[in-house]
Ligand binder design. Structure first.
Ligand SMILES: *Cc1c(COP(=O)(O)O)cnc(C)c1O
Length: 481
């Protein structure tokens, strides 16, 4: 229930189950993962082979394997990573020279490509589709402040951008132009690079060589995001708004969060501007106060000890979870095997199960309009205290369907300002007696701790063969009290 993408999907599809609470919409979520072996550098893979043994490749979901990252000497991890940063800088210069040549540059103009970036400088990567919500140019919001950060003499910073915009995405193309213009400024030329034709080759060099991977999607629009996961296998550290996978992965020690997961629901450009302003400031502050100083704080061995600690925490916590092996297992266990099982049950005996289920739905549909909650009683009359047990009785008219066809339950919890139940819980009620169409149900709930408390009785058409209790979506509520 915690995953943002699950919550967003349930909200998006709520219209299909209008009588359900949004949280009960039968849609759940599995977070993406990446294929570590595809994205990890040869250098890092060899280091892991030596200290973790070979199982990190075939059983990456086993966190005990990743815990051995602790045993890698910091100097070795750091030098491995630095070697990849050097390779990245060399690669970027080659690609850039190529880009210039294609545009007809010659002589001294081509020389510029050899002067960009510095293999020992803190390197930020930003590469993805330039969809508007991913905000490629958020970091340019206050260009003066950014210039100061990038061109600091003792602690310089550089950014490598790569990406493509959809041909019809004018705003995305505008982002690319802005990056070009900014990267051309004489004072920033060595610190900002844009690579064209983003593809898996560029992606590999980037995720293997950068120090910090920047992601700043507008929450809650990023379903997952995967490039940040690729970075983790290579010892890069994520800095991101709390959206998509990072909202699940971030634990205060394994990277940085831009903001605290706020959502700015206003639709107008004013609210968008406001969000950009708040989050870009948070981004600069993280860089100035935390990221840059941590990177340049070196011991006598010239190793940034705290930085390497964070690299290790990022690898230990993220690699075991955000890999495709775990993801495919989740899909298999939670969905594919159940779907197969369900298919076998429904199709056996010339689809007897499917025919029965269809007939059952028809029966429910015929009676459903007449099914209703006649009365709800709580047979005590006193001020309720915290933890008091409350006995509730409901009289229900089931028309021509039977108690076997339904689940009657109490949905309860604290009330918000509008009198709606928030984070509701459910208690299933039992049939106590039946008189013709009328059934008497009973259930017990425990009163909440503080504030206004409320409950509502509901009837749901329910059958074991349904994929989920909420799937059919036939539900009747007592008017909430
Ligand atoms: C990983 C990858 C993406 C997707 O990145 P997200 O972070 O999920 O947006 C897009 N393009 C290339 C070339 C990639 O390698």
């Amino acid at each position: 229930m915690k995953q943002v993408h699950g919550k967003v999907s349930r909200k998006m599809w709520h219209w299909m189950w209008p009588d359900l609470e949004p949280d009960d919409v039968p849609i759940t979520s599995i977070t993406n993962g990446v294929h570590g072996r595809t994205w990890i550098s040869f250098d890092m893979a060899s280091l892991l082979d030596r200290y973790l043994g070979p199982r990190w490749i075939d059983q990456p979901w086993d966190e005990t394997i990743w815990n051995r990252i602790k045993d890698i000497p910091s100097t070795e991890l750091w030098h491995t990573h630095e070697r990849r940063r050097e390779r990245l800088v060399a690669f970027v210069r080659r690609r850039l020279r190529n880009q210039f040549e294609i545009k007809g540059a010659t002589g001294s103009d081509l020389e510029i490509a050899n002067e960009v970036l510095d293999p020992s400088v803190l390197t930020i990567g930003f590469a993805r589709r330039f969809a508007t919500y991913k905000r490629a140019t958020l970091i340019f919001k206050d260009i003066e402040r950014l210039t100061k950060i990038l061109t600091n003499k003792e602690m310089p910073v550089q950014i490598i951008f790569a990406g493509k915009a959809h041909p019809k995405d004018e705003e995305g193309k505008e982002f690319i132009k802005e990056i070009y213009r900014t990267a051309k400024k004489p004072e920033l030329r060595r610190h900002i690079v844009f690579l064209e034709d983003y593809d898996m080759t560029i992606a590999r060099y980037l995720v293997q060589g950068i120090d910090v991977w920047l992601s700043n999607p507008r929450r809650p629009l990023e379903a997952s995001g995967t490039s940040g996961m690729k970075v983790c296998f290579n010892g890069g550290i994520n800095m991101s708004t709390l959206d998509g996978w990072w909202d699940e992965a971030y634990n205060r020690e394994n990277g940085w969060a831009i903001g605290a997961g706020e959502e700015y629901d206003g639709k107008g450009s004013e609210s968008v501007d406001y969000q950009d302003s708040v989050e870009s400031k948070a981004l600069y502050q993280l860089l100035e106060d935390h990221i840059v100083p941590k990177f340049y704080r070196r011991g006598t061995d010239s190793i940034p000890k705290d930085w390497v600690e964070m690299m290790k925490k990022s690898m230990m916590t993220n690699c075991a979870v955000y890999n495709t092996n775990r993801m495919v297992q989740d899909y298999t266990k939670r969905f594919y095997l159940n779907a197969l099982d369900s298919f076998e049950k429904l199709s056996a005996d010339e689809f007897k199960g499917a025919k029965d289920l269809a007939a059952w739905k028809k029966k429910i549909n015929v009676s459903w309009d007449r099914v209703k909650i006649i009365d709800v009683k709580e047979p005590i009359n006193k001020e309720l205290q915290r933890d008091d047990l409350l006995n509730i009785e409901a009289i229900v008219d089931l028309d021509k369907i039977t108690p076997e066809d339904v689940t009657v339950s109490i949905f309860y919890g604290n009330l918000d300002y509008n009198g709606n139940i928030v984070n509701g819980q459910e208690v299933i009620m039992d049939v106590k007696s039946q008189d013709g169409y009328l059934c008497n149900y009973e259930g017990v709930i425990k009163c909440g701790d503080a504030g206004k408390f409320g409950y509502s009785v509901r009837i749901m058409a329910d059958k074991d063969e349904l994929v989920s209790r909420f799937h059919f979506g036939k539900i009747k509520w007592e008017v909430a009290r």
